[in-house]
Design a protein around this ligand. Sequence first.
Ligand code: SAH
Ligand code: SF4
Length: 409
Amino acid sequence: MQGLRAKDWQRLAMTNPDLPTTPITQDVLTLPRKLAEGGRRNLIGMTRAQMQEALVQAGTPVRQSRMRLGQIWQWIYHWGVRDFDAMTNLAKDYRALLKTHFSIDLPQVVTRQVSADGTRKYLLRVAGGHEVETVYIPEENRGTLCISSQVGCTLTCSFCHTGTQKLVRNLTAGEIVGQVLVARDDLGEWPEMGQPKDETRLVSNVVLMGMGEPLYNFENVRDAMQIVMDHEGISLSRRRITLSTSGVVPEIARAAAEIGCQLAISFHATTDDIRDRLVPINKRWNIKTLLDALRDYPKASNSERITFEYVMLKGVNDTDADARRLVRLIAGIPAKINLIPFNEWPGSPYERSDWERIESFADIVHKAGYASPIRTPRGEDIMAACGQLKSATERARKSARDIAAEAGL
Ligand code: SAH
Ligand code: SF4
């Protein structure tokens, strides 16, 4: 079987139920925070505690370090400043000290595409030349930024383009926060000094629904979201951040406790047999185990419902019987159900369900008392819709050591 690509495995597995399917996880590494030229450390992505410690290590007197941290934090995350010289409430020699020890680095924007419907897709280059995608979706009353948590994804859901990408590494906290900063830069969303505060937010919501499985990169995602929620900075409410997981059960309670954001589950099937094939992590944590964990999710209440994502695949998971099974399964869990018409990508092995089918499914779910919006695909013309993301650089799978070497470590 050696030499088979992930997608070939999936095709084979779909037609031969007896075959083992793709591995559930592959090795993956987090690169340490990259040292810029001259060994300078990037301040972006450090938690408050980490930044304070780094300032002390760089020679800031301990008793001043809290105040300095507050000042620098505000410059970076409230005002969007990237240049130490613009931090005018710091003495010149202190700015010079900061410059010798630190940098303020964002992922590099390689391309920016704007769809006919206003959706923007950024291809970003991170350490090692690896690439991720970030998508901005403007809507009438909000603007949602869909960010990535990994380069590629170790999970190989058979309907997802990202799952076919071979090169996988975790993003650092700085690379995750950096996506929010890049979007705010591009949208011109930093306050202007001396101007009245503008309360309208262009990036009003963040969803961890780009490339990667966020709960397989827990600490970096947590630290990044804590920075995004910090009141002295971007200050997004935890209610406006949604983390989507394919079902990494042991980390779900931890996400509630340590991040506190909203939760979305990539559910997609109502029997283990079908879910095993669509979302292979189901073989490790099956539907019952997943739902039990969700029943225990401490934040689930009517005001903070769990979102069940359900991709509509023609002839695979879209019957009325599926819809009825779905509502029986999730009974007792405060939930809403997002129906996602399948978005095709080159070579994808499925088709989108017919519109009447999707509506009939939605109707059953709706009558059972659940909100069941059908998610209109956005940015399809630039391949920015759910599950279409995959960085353009297609490479052979590399060893952890190769990846680290490429990142200059
Ligand atoms: N890895 C996480 C988050 C990223 S995927 C997760 O799986 O939850 C974001 C959502 O898009 C998931 O619900 C995913 O299942 C869905 N998705 C993936 N490929 C898709 C496709 N081709 N069409 C529609 N939705 C897709
Ligand atoms: Fe990974 Fe999510 Fe795509 Fe599955 S759907 S391969 S978990 S990004």
